[in-house]
Design a protein around this ligand. Structure first.
Ligand SMILES: [Zn+2]
Length: 249
């Protein structure tokens, strides 16, 4: 149950005792045993690092293609959805949820909400998107990412009231930049990945094209790829409404 008052614990699942030490795995990748993945013949090092994968601005015409890649690879990600897009494409939003991914609030209509934006304007946007999300999941969302990751004190205060933790970014694919190619966005993620980071992607064709390479490259580096909520659980982090998290170490 989420109460709408002062900042509070909204997420605090303890990590199950999946200690890598128990199987003699230290932090060096060289000694990691190999593990066969469920869905491919490829082997990757047993994950000793974890990273969150997120997609912004959906649902879109590419949502189902992205879901197909994630499903093939056995990955659950976080989708920060825009309220108006959910109302335009409810079946795509429903599929994201039905396939076990996490849904977050990305505002109702993508108007900027940072700086000294009127709190009532912010509230209307966030509540609009949360209502659309609740229509899909049956629950109020607990994660929010601001349009253009543009933040401000008023936004933080409204998020605190509405029970939303603010999820930033620490690993940018830079796919939103028109000049960035598939090859470059893959390289950006693989270069800037770190344990506990949160990756930002968008529902774009070039990102869809690069997604298998991103997943493969991260697994080669020893990452388990998770949703934001699963990364928080894995890192034993309790997220507070109104607080911004760019990474979850
Ligand atoms: Zn966005």
């Amino acid at each position: 149950m989420i109460h709408r008052a002062t900042p509070k614990k909204i997420f605090g699942i303890c990590c199950t005792a999946m200690t890598l030490a128990a199987i003699g795995c230290t932090s060096g990748p060289a000694v990691s045993p190999l593990e066969k993945t469920e869905d491919t013949e490829k082997t990757y090092p047993l994950p000793d690092k974890a990273i969150a994968l997120s997609f912004d601005d959906g649902p879109s015409g590419l949502t189902e293609d992205i879901l197909e890649v994630l499903s093939e690879q056995g990955i659950k990600a976080t989708f920060f959805l825009i309220g108006e897009n959910i109302r335009n494409q409810p079946s795509s939003a429903q599929k994201i949820f039905a396939q076990g991914h996490e849904l977050g609030n990305h505002s109702n209509g993508y108007a900027p909400l940072g700086g000294n934006t009127d709190p009532e304007v912010i509230r209307a946007s966030l509540e609009g998107a949360s209502a659309a999300l609740k229509g899909i999941t049956g629950e109020d969302p607990v994660f929010f990412r601001a349009p253009n990751v543009n933040y401000g004190e008023n936004l933080s205060a409204v998020c605190a009231e509405l029970g939303l933790a603010i999820i930033g970014v620490s690993c940018w694919s830079q796919d939103w930049q028109e000049s960035v190619t598939t090859e470059q966005l893959v390289a950006n993620v693989l270069r800037d990945a770190s344990d506990g980071a949160i990756i930002n992607c968008h529902e774009l064709q070039k990102t869809l094209d690069g997604l298998p390479a991103v997943i493969h490259g991260l697994r080669e580096q020893g990452y388990e790829i998770l949703s934001v909520g699963a990364l928080a659980a894995r890192k034993n982090r309790t997220l507070e409404a109104g607080t911004q998290y760019d990474r979850l170490d």
